[in-house]
Design a protein around this ligand. Structure first.
Ligand code: ITT
Length: 213
């Protein structure tokens, strides 16, 4: 059977791992953008959605295939929503996860545990081609609090300081499957896959109708 190919438009190895795991139960054939030498593109948007579209369009342009992109970040209430769309580069252009974590813990150190409410947000898009005028879109939000110290070894980015609401663990202390079941990215991707299933079903019904018709 023909499998639908899709390029996962990210340079972030942690994200790529999570997206692949979540899509492994579909019949989509996932390609990394490295396979098509897709160059990084500046994320100049003011919203998660604008940036997701910029990345997805860039991947379609270089691969000639449909693509999925996610733009995500951590929104911290006592920091007026920072780091937000700047999460990947909070501590500077070349910042590592560890630099960003240090800067965040420093920035929230004067706030109490109750004041450290935060959420991960994710905007996801599926673009059929570079000029697709109606991408499939979805969002996910995951509520939590910023912890006082780093804990856990799983995940990536801000996971070691994100205390999940209702659990006494950080998202870095969750097994990968559990994180995917709860996370902003998991929520957004499941909604996107639902929309894709409908689209593929319609497409195959139309093809069958044409060939019998
Ligand atoms: P791509 O743009 O190539 O996908 P990126 O890391 O630059 O990679 P974003 O611009 O979407 O991706 O920035 C997302 C940042 O937000 C990411 O680098 C982390 O710092 C943080 N982040 C997003 N989702 C996260 C998660 O599930 N766990 C921990 N941190 C996360």
């Amino acid at each position: 059977m023909h499998r639908n190919k899709v390029v996962l438009a990210t340079h972030n190895a942690g994200k790529l791992r999570e997206l692949r795991a979540l899509l492994s139960e579909t019949d989509l054939e996932c390609k990394s953008q490295a396979e098509y030498r897709v160059p990084e593109i500046p994320e100049t948007g003011q919203t998660f959605f604008e940036n997701a579209l910029i990345k997805a369009r860039n991947a379609c342009r270089y691969s000639g295939l449909p693509s999925i992109a996610d733009d995500s970040g951590l929104v911290v209430d006592c920091l007026q929503g920072a780091p937000g769309v700047h999460s990947a580069r909070f501590a500077g252009e070349k910042a590592t996860d560890s630099d960003n974590l240090k800067k965040l813990l420093q920035a929230v150190r004067e706030f109490s545990a109750e004041e450290r409410t935060a959420r991960f947000q994710c905007a996801m898009v599926y673009l059929r081609s570079e000029s697709d005028p109606s991408p499939l879109i979805s969002v996910g939000t995951w509520e939590g609090r910023i912890s006082m110290t780093e804990r856990g070894r799983h995940g990536f980015g801000y996971d070691p300081v994100f205390l999940v609401i209702g659990l006494k663990r950080t998202s870095a202390e969750l097994e990968p499957q559990e994180k995917n079941r709860l996370s902003h990215r998991g929520q957004a991707l499941r909604q996107l896959v639902e929309q894709l299933r409908k689209e593929y079903l319609l497409r195959s019904q139309n093809t069958a109708r044409r060939s019998t018709g």
